[in-house]
Design a protein around this ligand. Structure first.
Ligand code: FPP
Length: 233
């Protein structure tokens, strides 16, 4: 079920795991573990709210620069998550896809990704895209390379066809920072952007509802004027 007041595509920059842990004198790893719980909650809520597509930033192409132990821990959490999510996502009608350059992942992780994508391929209620080793600039480049490989001229239309995911309606960033951090650069061209100080592990279904209510009140003009939007067709 969807209508113009419900964003078809919601994207989330899940920031603040480290600070959540630090403020409790816990290791950063615990913040990431709680981050996975928040992702589970928000996925369930998004399905209930009739959102057709949810794309979350789990690991950026720049995150490899973090301490090796933290990178290893995030990879482990990702693999574990994929194995745990397969069945419940399939039962909920959620199709999981991983977007990003997966060639950098271990063969075991690549296999877990393929398995979960295969197991949930029939889901029609919502698409959950996990952006991993993803960068918005990478996405534009891979789309341009694919368009060129097919002998197509590079235009906004052809590139748009090859981007990892379609345009975003509502982009949420938790954790208090107001930047896009090389997430869905192309797809956010006309996204409404909701920034919140809430740290990701604390983000709840109520917080998602707050963002959705805020979105309902936006006037999406796509370059036009308010008067044009209100004029009878
Ligand atoms: C940002 O918090 C979060 C990340 C870089 C990782 C996001 C991962 C999760 C939400 C866990 C679910 C992930 C997987 C692997 C599927 P931060 O560490 O930058 O927090 P800080 O800005 O407070 O330090």
């Amino acid at each position: 079920m969807s209508d113009t007041l419900t964003p078809a595509h919601v994207a989330i920059i899940m920031d603040g795991n480290g600070r959540w842990a630090k403020s409790r004198l816990l290791p950063r790893a615990e913040g990431h573990r709680q981050g996975v719980q928040a992702l589970n909650r928000v996925t369930e809520a998004a399905v209930r709210r009739g959102i057709a597509r949810l794309t979350v930033f789990a690991f950026s192409s720049e995150n490899w620069a973090r301490p090796a132990a933290e990178v290893a821990m995030l990879m482990q959490l990702f693999g574990q998550g994929l194995r745990r999510w397969c069945e419940p996502l399939d039962e909920a009608g959620v199709r999981l896809r991983v977007i990003g350059d997966r060639s950098a992942f271990s063969p075991g992780l690549q296999a877990a990704i393929a398995e979960c994508e295969h197991a949930t391929a029939g889901g029609t209620r919502m698409e959950l895209n996990i952006a991993a080793n993803y960068g918005g600039r990478w996405d534009v480049c891979q789309a341009a390379a694919r368009a060129a490989a097919e002998g197509l001229a590079v235009t906004p239309e052809t590139l748009g066809r090859f981007m990892s995911v379609p345009d975003v309606d509502l982009l949420i960033r938790t954790g208090g920072e107001c930047r896009i951090s090389n997430f869905l650069l192309w797809q956010s061209a006309y996204a409404e952007i909701f920034f919140t100080d809430r740290l990701w592990p604390d983000f709840s279904a109520d917080d998602l509802d707050e963002a959705l209510r805020w979105y309902e009140g936006r006037e999406r003009r796509f370059g036009r004027t308010s008067e044009q939007l209100r004029a009878p067709h």
